[in-house]
Design a protein around this ligand. Structure first.
Ligand code: KG4
Ligand code: ZN
Length: 342
């Protein structure tokens, strides 16, 4: 059983042998946060508290399983929102003691990576995938990881400021598109011209990223386009943009973000010439323009790109295979900001 509550999805899933999904229940708080334009940590934690036990019960019943069928419990303990992580881990710790199951603590980015292994066919296909470069792109992270084998991660590139998903979310806010920005920008971009506006690529060393300048470039270009000074409040800009301008900005921004990601992953392949494959993971990996731009890369099933419990269970399976030991349910801690290398 995999349990995930690191941000604003309450999720539990039962997975067999690290690949076969028997059930996958995800309750998203997106509707609650859409009107605020972002997640409010305390509200997210309270909602997790209400949802977590029904979600776990449904995961068991959808899989037609009882607690006797569960071999282990895996839970996200890092990184993420403090209150959200606490609800998931306290629940998992309690259930592990109550039902006498081994408990595994899984890093959230590792889970996103292992979403790629979810299905028996994928598991077979990925059996000789190492060494690989993983592009992990979510609302909180933008990293390139070098993975020589299962459970071995070296961070070879990271963002100097905003994560790419965060940039999608912030640009969406400027354009007056709903949270989360990724899907709403992708939708608006379908009716837009990706070559209408040009935004510079940031000059960042090596395989590192920077996305805060891109967000500002969109803002400044939009201000210029509608003829207001740079002091004009960004939250009012949407009132002045036409529908077509919003679509053109969405398409041009999305193209630039995708180009930057591809540029860095190609640099990574030059630097790590032994890498046999590229794997993409995290919420932003749902992006279709990115998928089309990297036809040889591995992507998780689109519906498993975002946060879910199945990927936590898959990651746990490979921890067990690698001989990683369970944690003490009485003392498991949470780490809101810890790196995947620890
Ligand atoms: O992995 P995730 O569900 O949560 C975190 O761990 O952060 O990622 C959420 C992020 C959000 O920033 C959201 O805007 C972005 O993934 N996202 C997308 C798409 N779908 C979700 N970004 C670009 N294109 C998408 N289709
Ligand atoms: Zn995530």
């Amino acid at each position: 059983m995999g349990i995930e509550t690191s941000c604003d999805e309450t999720a539990a899933s039962i997975v067999e042998d690290g690949a076969k999904i028997l059930s996958n229940v995800v309750i998203s708080q997106i509707d609650i946060f859409a009107e605020y334009g972002g997640v409010i940590p305390e509200v997210a934690a309270r909602n997790h508290l209400e949802a977590i036990l029904p979600v776990i019960d449904k995961a068991l019943s959808d899989a037609k399983c009882s607690w006797d069928d569960i071999d282990a419990i895996a839970v996200t303990h890092a990184p993420g929102l403090l209150g959200s992580l606490l609800i998931g881990t306290l629940t998992a710790r309690t259930l592990a003691v109550l039902h006498n199951k081994p408990l595994y603590a899984v890093h959230h980015l590792k889970s996103h990576v292992y979403a790629n292994w979810l299905s028996p066919e994928r598991q077979t296909k990925l059996s000789s995938i190492f060494p690989l470069l993983a592009l992990v792109i979510s609302g909180g992270h933008t990293q390139i990881l070098y993975m020589p084998a299962h459970n071995q991660f070296e961070i070879v590139g990271t963002t100097r400021d905003d994560a790419v998903g965060e940039c999608f979310d912030k640009v969406a806010k400027i354009l007056g598109l709903p949270y989360p920005g990724g899907p709403s920008i992708a939708k608006a971009a379908k009716d837009g011209d990706p070559s209408k506006y040009h935004f510079p690529h940031p000059k960042v060393d090596g395989l590192n990223f920077s996305f805060s300048g891109l967000k500002t470039a969109v803002l400044r270009t939009a201000q210029k386009e509608v003829g207001v000074p740079i002091s004009y409040p960004s939250h009012k800009l949407k009132e002045l943009l036409s529908k077509q301008q919003v679509c053109d900005f969405a398409a041009s921004f999305q193209k630039t973000a995708v180009d930057i990601l591809c540029e860095k992953i190609n640099m990574g392949l030059e630097k790590f010439s032994d890498a046999r494959s590229v794997l993409v993971a995290g919420g932003v990996s749902a992006n279709q323009v990115l998928r089309d731009a990297l036809p040889d890369a591995y992507f998780p099933a689109t519906e498993l790109s975002g946060d879910n419990g199945a990927m936590v269970a898959a990651a746990c399976y490979y921890e067990i295979q690698s001989g990683i030991k369970p944690v003490d349910p009485y003392s498991l801690n949470i780490y809101p900001r810890i790196s995947i290398e620890n």
